[in-house]
Design a binder for this molecule. Structure first.
Ligand code: G6P
Ligand code: MN
Length: 447
């Protein structure tokens, strides 16, 4: 079996590679190719992977290339996590809305839409190449905004495009931990879109454990989402939202925290990652150590703006909560390649899972995964507030995809203006123009 990793110079690639090393034999994996447009980044990640191999005393003899066709040749699975515009682009995505008093975030609100506008054309082209060069491959997409991007590439790959996010599985793991249970013993009734989902039930046989959890402030205080949203609001909702819903429910608090001088996530990462990627000629051991230290700091400051807005200390020391990102990807590969049925929360076409959306809308819900692919389970009707938000964001996502593919400023402004976090059409216009003025890719696309 061969796995191609697009965005092979990305910072999270060693996490995936470490997991592949551990499971290679079981999966029958004998080739890994890394593809990136940036040879330097590939060159920085390479010694980290060799460091992992040396540490484990095992190798997968990976190749690293800037030729997409070489990487795709014979691939059975294609993992894809790319960042069009790099972190410099993310800085603009997040800073422009903030200057208008609107949430500035990588995937949520205008930042996510701008990220999508320049990412969709690139991803559709990439997906087309995959369909041509590796027609049988399953395409596991991490590229953000993951749900929107997965919907856009379905024109090329259909159901072989599978979107993935570590956030819902992380929520389920944390909730299981708070309940003193193992996630495998429970059914997590989760639904929504990527970065816009809710956990509305935790079933143990006939019993729903969620109401008991929501009633217990001590238990709620023991995990990330419980502390972020607070018991009172969680009891009002009767559900536990995905962490990204913080930016909707506490939008002005987030803006306030960031405007009081806190740097944006992208501004922090730009400096932090430059320090890692800027250093050359490390030995594999030193490269691995530097990567680990950088990763620790990155994870330790994740969601800092939300924590500041919520007035809580940084993330809990979640020593148990490792392996989320790569664990989800490998679970998909294992279920499909070994035809071992599993339930995973993934981004796939709705079919009839959420009855109020059409069949082609990409949703994020529990799916049965096996050798035949990914099938969403029926979620059924959901609380009205969640339904309304899902419907309006799905509409905004689709406008954004059309704007990107038709290079239409009008559609892009419409998408921004109809986003619930944007308070005025004029704000949307100014945000779009500020984006177009700072992003070379966008200026070119919409010129
Ligand atoms: C989580 C989300 C990803 C997102 C990442 C951002 O893993 O599920 O979709 O890209 O966080 O983390 P970062 O360290 O880049 O802020
Ligand atoms: Mn995600």
């Amino acid at each position: 079996m061969k796995i191609a990793i697009l965005g092979g110079g990305g910072f999270r690639v060693p996490m995936v590679y470490g997991a592949l090393l551990a499971r290679a034999e079981q999966l029958g994996l004998d080739a890994v190719s890394l593809y990136d447009v940036d040879e330097c980044r590939l060159g920085q990640i390479r010694p980290v992977l060799v460091g992992l191999e040396e540490e484990r005393g095992t190798t997968l003899a990976f190749t690293a290339t800037t030729s997409l066709d070489d990487a795709l040749e014979g691939a059975d699975f294609v993992f894809c996590a790319i960042r069009v515009g790099n972190l410099e682009g993310r800085v603009v995505d997040e800073r422009v809305p903030l200057d208008e008093g609107v949430v500035g975030q990588e995937t949520t609100g205008p930042g996510g839409l701008c990220f999508a506008l320049r990412t969709v054309p690139v991803m559709v082209e990439l997906a087309g190449r995959v369909a041509e060069r590796a027609p049988g491959a399953w395409f596991v997409n991490f590229t953000n905004p993951a749900g929107l991007v997965t919907e856009a590439i379905r024109t090329e790959l259909g159901d072989r495009a599978i979107g993935i996010c570590d956030s819902p599985a992380g929520l389920c793991r944390r909730v299981a931990g708070a309940l003193g249970r193992r996630p495998q013993e429970l059914w997590f009734d989760y639904f929504g879109l990527n970065h816009l989902g809710w956990l509305r039930g935790v079933h143990d046989g006939e019993r729903d454990l969620l109401p008991g959890l929501l009633a217990d402030d001590d238990l709620l205080g023991s995990f990330e989402e419980g502390r972020l949203f607070g018991g009172e609001w969680l009891r009002t909702l009767g559900m536990i939202p995905n962490e990204y819903l913080f930016f909707y429910y506490f939008a002005s608090d987030t803006v306030g925290a960031l405007r009081s001088g806190l740097q944006t996530r992208a501004e922090f990462l730009l400096r932090q990652q430059a320090a890692f990627y800027g250093e050359n000629s490390r030995t594999p051991g030193a490269a691995l150590e530097a990567w680990r230290a950088t990763r620790r700091e990155r994870e330790g400051t994740y969601f800092a703006e939300a924590h500041a807005a919520a007035g809580i200390d940084g993330p809990m020391d979640d020593a148990e909560d490792v392996g989320g990102y790569e664990g989800e990807a490998l679970a998909v590969v294992d279920a499909i390649a070994s035809n071992r049925q599993r339930v995973l929360i993934l981004d796939t076409a709705n079919a009839s899972s959420l009855p109020f959306l059409d069949a082609h809308a990409v949703v994020e819900v529990p799916c049965i995964v096996d050798g035949t692919g990914v099938r969403p389970v029926a979620v059924g009707e959901v609380p009205g507030h969640a339904r309304a938000l899902v419907e309006s964001i799905k509409e905004v996502e689709r406008l954004t995809i059309r704007a990107a593919l038709t290079r239409s400023r009008e559609l892009a402004v419409e998408a921004l203006a109809l986003h619930p976090l944007v308070p005025s059409v004029n704000t949307a216009r100014r945000i779009f123009d500020a984006y177009a003025g700072s992003h070379a890719e966008l200026a070119e696309l919409f010129s």
